[in-house]
Write a protein that binds this ligand. Structure first.
Ligand SMILES: [Fe+2]
Ligand SMILES: [Fe+2]
Length: 218
């Protein structure tokens, strides 16, 4: 029985999608309406994410022709942005401003961890020399995510906010220092500029997709 039926208006796009070794959807779109059917409820979500990624990637490449940051530049720019946000939060006496900055930091860190965990880390850890640093990095991500979950659950005015916020900041400083020194150095030696640029473009696209879905679910 068909569980899902979608009518999709779109542009040129050919897609074959196999899930669980089963051909579920085959599409040929030529700027018209295409009917897509599937027996897998989750396919709709996957399917629209694929469309989003392709659309973002096309837009991004068009906008940024010749000026796309490579993977290391992009990650460094993220690190610097979060560092500035932490410094602003540390400097302010205004509690509501600090909470507002925490929300920005949270989004930046979750996005950053997502692109590292889905694109950067899996790509670089095929190199045996880098694998151990990545495994350590993943553990540090887990710790940071625990704090990111705990902080918003604190009662208003909780005295634990400052302590947890400070530990988060110190953990991130330590993590960034390790990535930018040892990890980035080994990645520079093991991957060429074309590979780093490709990873950079993929991560930039994935950031947009992740933040769009984060904002939609907030
Ligand atoms: Fe990072
Ligand atoms: Fe990281």
């Amino acid at each position: 029985m068909l569980l899902s039926l979608f009518i999709i208006q779109t542009f040129y796009f050919d897609l074959s999608l196999s899930v669980f070794n089963r051909q579920l959807i085959t599409l040929n779109w030529h700027n018209d309406c295409t009917v897509v059917s599937t027996q897998e409820p989750d396919v709709s979500k996957t399917f629209f994410q694929i469309i989003e990624r392709n659309r973002f990637a096309d837009n991004y490449k068009q906008k940024r022709k010749g000026e796309i940051m490579n993977a290391l530049e992009l990650l460094k720019a993220d690190h610097d942005k979060v560092d500035k946000l932490f410094k602003r939060a540390e400097a302010t006496e205004d509690e509501s401003k600090k909470h507002e900055l925490f929300e920005q930091i949270k989004l930046e860190l979750l996005t950053h961890a997502h692109i590292e965990e889905t694109i950067f880390y899996p790509t670089i850890m095929v190199n045996e020399e880098i694998k151990d640093i990545v495994l350590e990095g993943l553990e540090e991500h887990k710790q940071a995510k625990t704090l990111l979950r705990e902080i918003p659950r604190l009662a208003d005015g909780s005295e634990k906010f400052e302590a947890k916020f400070k530990v988060l900041m110190e953990d991130i400083e330590h993590h960034v220092e390790e990535e930018e020194s040892d990890m980035f150095k080994k990645v520079r030696a093991a991957f060429d500029s074309a590979q780093l640029e490709e990873m950079g473009a993929q991560m930039e696209t994935e950031k947009l997709v992740f933040q769009k879905s984060y904002n939609a679910s907030a």
